[in-house]
Structures are given as structure tokens and as C-alpha cells.
Design a protein around this ligand. Structure first.
Ligand SMILES: O=C(CO)[C@H](O)[C@H](O)COP(=O)(O)O
Length: 236
């Protein structure tokens, strides 16, 4: 799932931002949260390329999805678990939409729950994006993914509609309902521009059956954004 499309220029910006972030934030011996999606894949590829040059050999990654774990293993990047490393030095991850205060919508790849767990366990959360992800107000360009248990999911859909969302059940490429790594459904909730994300997050967080949502508030410590003018770093 991709909002802006993955044109060649967008892919180049994602790669440039990912490489800048790895080079700038990953130090020898660190335990690094590895996000999910095409930008996070560039992070994993950079770590693998540096390993091939004999650098960052003792860095260990904690993947946020089975897909990222498979990629890291295939490229020879060592992986571990959050249980083995309950506090991470830094996490590098992408995002779908980034507001000026560095709050985010995430979960386009369906890994929102593990991504948030890993981000909350990290001393530093570095979000890596192409400039097309920047937005004046969360919700302007992207729905909020909400992960729900399949038990009673229609009840959650009605609840989300009562909050003002247009709700779509996410499906996989083959037309089957998309299931997260936890076996849950994702309801993509188009709210339009969200005036009060904290209040919305509180409502979502209080509802039984909702196991996670893609509003990432007060988690980003650093943003690395790449676009036609180059790479820019913003710290919160
Ligand atoms: O939240 C995510 C996955 O759950 C991704 O970080 C987000 O969807 C951005 O993806 P990409 O880097 O492919 O544009």
C-alpha cells in the first residue's frame, strides 16, 4: 500500500534518507529496531552493505514484522527479539504521513502494532521518509489504520464510524482480508484532517477489541526527510 506511489524519484529519496539515517544514528554495538515497508527495507540494505565493508558487525536488529525479519536474515543482518533486548538504542522506521510536530500516521504495511511496541521501547525513534509524506495536518492524505480482533470486528467498525470515519476493511493483493502478523484485521479509517489526534487516540485506545492504531503521537525523536533539495534532519 503506498500513498504517493513508488516512482523512481520517490524510491531514490527513500533510499537517500535511509542511508543518511543509518550513517548518522547507528553506532557500533547498538541494538536497532527495524521498521517495516520500502523505506525500512533501504535501512536494512544499508546495514547489510556496511557489514560487507566490515562496519557495524556487532549491530543487532529487532524487526517489527516477519517481512523485515526475513529481509534482514536474507541479507545477513543479525536479528534478535524485544524480549532479549527490552530497551533498544534506536529504531529506524518509515511513516505514511508526518505532521509538523513529527506526529505520524503509520501502518500502511500493516505492522503498526509491532512498530509502536518497538518504538515505545526505543531511546530514540528516527523516522525516515521522502518529502511526499509531509502533511500540514494528520489525516489529510492517509487513513488511520486500526487493528482489530476478528471477534466482533463489525462492532468496532460501527464504533469507528460513530467517531466520524469512513471505514474500509483492508484486503491483500489476492483479494482476501489482510491479516496482521498477529492474525488481526486492519480497518482503514478515513477521518479527513484530524483536529484533535490526542483525543482520537484516547478513544481508540479505550475500546476493547481495538488492539492498535496508526496514530504515533509524541514518539518521534528525529525525522530524516529526503526530497529534491537533498536530505534534511529535524529533531523534536
Ligand atoms: O508504517 C509502515 C508499515 O506498517 C510503513 O513505515 C509505512 O507504511 C511507510 O511505508 P513505505 O516506507 O513503504 O512508504
Amino acid at each position: 500500500m503506498s500513498q504517493q506511489g513508488d516512482g523512481a524519484a520517490t524510491a531514490r529519496y527513500k533510499q537517500a534518507a535511509a542511508e543518511w539515517a543509518v550513517d548518522g544514528f547507528v553506532q557500533p554495538g547498538m541494538v536497532v529496531g527495524l521498521g517495516t515497508g520500502s523505506t525500512a527495507a533501504f535501512v536494512v540494505q544499508r546495514l547489510a552493505a556496511l557489514r560487507e565493508r566490515g562496519r557495524l558487525l556487532d549491530v543487532v536488529g529487532v524487526p517489527t514484522s516477519r517481512a523485515t525479519e526475513a529481509l534482514a536474515r536474507s541479507l545477513g543482518v543479525p536479528v534478535s527479539t524485544l524480549d532479549a533486548h527490552p530497551v533498544l538504542d534506536v529504531t529506524l522506521d518509515g511513516a505514511d504521513e508526518v505532521a509538523p510536530d513529527l506526529s505520524l500516521i503509520k501502518g500502511g504495511g500493516g505492522a503498526l502494532l509491532r512498530e509502536k511496541i518497538v518504538a515505545q521501547a526505543s531511546r530514540r525513534v528516527v523516522i525516515v521518509v521522502d518529502a511526499g509524506k509531509l502533511s500540514p495536518v494528520l489525516g489529510t492524505h492517509w487513513p488511520v489504520p486500526v487493528e482489530v480482533m476478528s471477534f466482533g470486528w463489525r462492532s468496532q467498525a460501527r464504533f469507528l464510524e460513530s467517531l466520524g470515519a469512513r471505514v474500509t476493511v483492508r484486503h491483500g493483493a489476492g483479494g482476501e482480508p489482510f491479516l496482521t502478523d498477529q492474525g488481526n484485521l486492519v480497518l482503514d479509517c478515513a477521518f479527513g484532517p484530524i483536529d484533535a489526534p490526542e483525543a482520537l487516540a484516547a478513544s481508540l485506545g479505550a475500546r476493547a477489541g481495538i488492539v492498535g492504531h496508526g496514530l504515533f503521537l509524541n514518539l518521534t525523536t528525529d525525522l530524516v526527510v529526503a526530497g529534491p533539495k537533498g536530505v534534511e534532519h529535524r529533531a523534536r
